[in-house]
Design a binder for this molecule. Sequence first.
Ligand SMILES: NC(=O)c1ccc[n+]([C@@H]2O[C@H](COP(=O)([O-])OP(=O)(O)OC[C@H]3O[C@@H](n4cnc5c(N)ncnc54)[C@H](OP(=O)(O)O)[C@@H]3O)[C@@H](O)[C@H]2O)c1
Length: 291
Amino acid sequence: MASTYNINSTFKLNSGYEIPRLGFGVYQTPPEGTQKACLEALKVGYRHIDSAAAYRNEAGVGEALRASGIPRSEIFFTSKVPTSGVKGGYEATKAQIEKSLKTAGVDYLDLMLLHAPYGGSAARKGAWKALVEGVEEGKLRSIGISNYGVHHLDELEQHIAELKAERGNGGVISVGQYEIHPWCARNDIIDWCAKRNIACEAYSPVVQGARWGDKTLVKLAEKHGKTEAQILLRWSLQKGLVPLPKSVTPSRIKENAELYEFELSKEDMAELETNEYAPVCWDPLKSELDN
Ligand SMILES: NC(=O)c1ccc[n+]([C@@H]2O[C@H](COP(=O)([O-])OP(=O)(O)OC[C@H]3O[C@@H](n4cnc5c(N)ncnc54)[C@H](OP(=O)(O)O)[C@@H]3O)[C@@H](O)[C@H]2O)c1
C-alpha cells in the first residue's frame, strides 16, 4: 500500500529549519561504538541523530558526521543540556553549549534540548535564555525541551513572553521530546505540541524491547508481514511523531528504517494504543514546578 512518508520526509519546524521525521538514538550506545553505529545508520539513509551530553557520546557522533562524507548540512544533529546544566540555569547552560560544540567538533548544533525540567522556575528560565542566545549567536539552529509536563510547558510560554518583554526576543520552541509508545501515549502532550506546530519526538519508541510478544503487536506484525519493531515505529510516524529508535545492531538499524512500504489502518492504530500509563524510562514530567 502507498505510504504517506519516506525516509527523506521532513517536518518544518517553528525555527524555519526542517527535521527528518525519523531519527537515530544513541542513548546507552557506548562512546567507543558510537561512530560505527552512526555510520551504519547514515549508510542506510537516516539523516538525524539524537545524542545528549549525558550519553557521553557526542564525540562519536561528530566523528561519524565527518567520516560519512555526507555534507554537514544534510545531517540533523541533536544534543541536550543535562539535568545538572538546567539546574545550573543561565551560566551552566551557556557553558554546556560551548562544551557540546567542542566535544562533537562541530560549529553548530541543529537542535539543543533542555533534557529535563528540574531546577526550579528561575533556573529553567535562565537555561532557556541561554538557548535563545545560542540561536542568536548561530551556535544552535533550533531549540526545545524534553520531559516537560504540561505545567512546565505553560510556564515556559510565560518565560518566553517575559523574555520577549525584557530583551525583545523570547525564542521559539521547535521540538518537544518525550517517551511515547502505545503504553504511554501522552495525548495531552501531543495535543499541546500540535496546537503550536511543535514537533513531538518519541523516545523509547520500541519500548526498549519490553513489549515483544504482546498479543496485538504480534497480530499486526503477522497481518502486515513486518516485525514488531516496525509496527511500533510505523504507529509512531502515523501519530505524527518523530520516532528515535536506538540500536547498535546493523540488521536492526536497517530494519528500523524500513517503514515505508506499508500503512496501518485506522483500526490498527486504535487497537494498538492502550490506556495504560507505563513508561519504561524516567518520568520527569510529573515533577513539581519548584523541583
Ligand atoms: N530525552 C530523554 O530523556 C530520552 C530518554 C531515553 C531515550 N531517549 C532517546 O531516544 C532514543 C531511543 O530510546 P531508547 O534507547 O530508550 O529505547 P528504544 O529505541 O525503544 O529501544 C532500544 C533497545 O531496543 C533494541 N532494539 C532496537 N531495535 C530493535 C529491533 N528492531 N528488534 C529488536 N530489538 C531492537 C536495542 O537493542 P540493540 O541496541 O542491542 O540492537 C535496544 O536495546 C535514545 O537512544 C535516545 O536518543 C531520550
